[in-house]
Write a protein that binds this ligand. Structure first.
Ligand SMILES: [Cu+2]
Length: 168
């Protein structure tokens, strides 16, 4: 029992380490940051990147003039920020892409989304059978039991992934 626990903990630590080495941090808009001034085509910015589960977006902006609203597709398309999934207002906000699919972000200030301050980030699986693996960084507190229950099957996949990362 004690051994099992030790093993589990060491695996969790390894998963955390692997998560760190695997995650890519993207500053949205690169040096221009999150802006409505039109220097950045965010669709263009996102289009040439391969986002994966566990990657991190950083929104840097002046929070007197902008914010970040994560919205659903409809809100993205219509620039409607009235019912956001999440709101960020710090001015240097990190968002972990914790699952596959589209993440839509717009600025909630009037006219900014319409001016192009909106981004659709699509998170694709690296390969089809790796898709359910989530990075430890995406886990808020309290989800450790989930990791334990998923440990057995995800471990092999994760190990392979980590080892392939180390090989580079
Ligand atoms: Cu704005």
């Amino acid at each position: 029992m004690a051994l099992k626990k030790t093993l589990a903990i060491s695996f969790l630590m390894m998963m955390a380490l692997c998560g760190v080495s695997m995650a890519t941090v993207y500053q949205v808009g690169d040096s221009a940051g999150w802006t409505s001034m039109g220097q950045v085509d965010y669709q263009d910015w996102a289009a040439n990147k391969n986002f994966h589960v566990g990657d991190i977006l950083v929104f840097n902006y002046n929070n007197q003039f902008h914010n970040v609203k994560q919205v659903k597709r409809q809100g993205f398309e219509s620039c409607n920020a009235t019912s956001p999934i999440a709101t960020y207002t710090n001015g240097s906000d990190t968002v972990t892409l914790e699952k596959l699919g589209h993440f839509y972000f717009i600025c909630g200030y009037p006219g900014h989304c319409q001016a192009g301050q909106k981004i659709d980030v699509f998170v694709a699986p690296p390969t089809s059978n790796l898709s359910p693996v989530t990075s430890p960084q995406s886990s808020p507190s309290g989800s450790s039991s989930l990791y334990f229950s998923n440990l057995s099957w995800s471990l092999g996949v994760l190990l392979a992934f980590c080892l392939s990362g180390l090989a580079y």
